[in-house]
Design a protein around this ligand. Structure first.
Ligand code: GLN
Length: 318
């Protein structure tokens, strides 16, 4: 990561991030690390990192911004973007684009809605997306890592085998949902194979600085920015980037999406590893990580840090 420098818009990001880091530490102990995936229960709870990347290429960080963590549901964003690039509008026959208002792993809507999940960012929707990608790639993990390694310029980026195995061995609810959706014809591949791919995907690790870089195309009209390693490219069309941000704003934090929109007002994606990524369209991206979660599975310190950042910078949607 380059040395901190004054951002183009002259917002004093370095002291702001330091202030947020100090304030956030007062919230340690208010949440709990995820323990329904046994390997995640082993993560030390009192950790905090935050990174901001701006479209002019400058980056700013505080705390453990270079410590890798388990992306978990944040990968649903990347999987969805890959599927959207491949399937286009046809995708919407198999998954909706409405907030669910229910827990990320809820199955209650699936029966009345005939196996069509509400959106791609809840578990049921992500399983359908994984099924779509499983039909396209013989080795989905390699395809996904290839895209992410390029976006982050990190050739060693990978998924954590211990966490993937731990989730796979306890994925009873996700397996049940995959079978249930298969009964409606909305999962085409064997559920076991879909779950193998899904658990590997969820176990991908990145640090905050890499996550901010990986999502930069969403802040920049679908275009990745130039890095030291390579020129930027149009990763997604500008209109699709806008649509993805709209979905992240309305569905990116599960049944807390309304609360996040109210408090933070930015497109976000959260994960039970304690990470949150936020998009500031036209400006940059913010990644924050703190493993202690609230009752809805979102990072307590992460949500606080983003709320404070929007207050202190005036960055918000619209
Ligand atoms: N792998 C997790 C699961 O399927 C992801 C959930 C999350 O991050 N909210 O339960």
């Amino acid at each position: 990561m380059p040395a901190p420098q004054a951002p183009a818009n002259s917002t004093p990001l370095i002291p702001i991030l330091q202030q947020i880091h100090t304030e956030a530490q007062a919230l340690f102990g208010q949440g709990q690390v995820a323990d329904y995936i046994p390997a995640l229960a082993q993560v030390a709870p009192r950790q905090f990192g935050m990174a901001v990347a701006l479209i002019d290429g400058s980056t700013f960080a505080t705390g453990q911004a270079h410590t890798p963590f388990s992306l978990q549901s944040i990968t649903k964003l990347f999987a969805f973007v890959l599927a959207l690039k491949l399937e286009g509008e046809g995708l919407w026959k198999r998954v909706g684009r409405e907030p669910s208002g229910a827990a990320f792993n809820s199955m209650v809507q699936l029966e009345s809605e005939k196996g069509i999940p509400r959106n791609p960012f809840i578990n049921a929707g992500a399983l359908v997306i994984t099924d779509i990608l499983t039909s396209r790639y013989a080795h989905l993990d390699i395809a996904m890592l290839g895209a992410l390694r390029r976006l982050t310029d990190a050739p060693d980026l990978s998924w954590n085998g211990h966490i993937a195995k731990s989730e796979r061995e306890t994925a009873h609810r996700n397996m049940a949902m995959a079978y249930f959706m298969k009964s409606y014809g909305n999962v085409l591949n064997p559920p076991e194979l879909v779950l193998d791919n899904y658990c590997r995907q969820c176990a991908i690790e990145m640090n905050c600085a890499q996550l901010a870089q990986a999502t930069m195309f969403l802040a920049h009209n679908g275009q990745d920015i130039d890095t030291d390693a390579r020129p930027g490219e149009q990763f997604l069309s500008p209109s699709d980037a806008r649509r993805v941000n709209a979905l992240l704003l309305t569905c990116g934090a599960y049944d807390a999406a309304g609360d996040f929109a109210y408090r933070i007002g930015l497109p976000v994606k959260t994960g039970v590893g304690g990470g949150i990524v936020a998009i500031v369209p036209g400006r940059g991206t913010v990644a924050v990580w703190a493993p202690e979660l609230d009752a809805k599975g979102n990072s307590v310190l992460g949500a606080f840090a983003l709320e404070r950042l929007t207050q202190l910078t005036g960055w918000h949607h619209g």
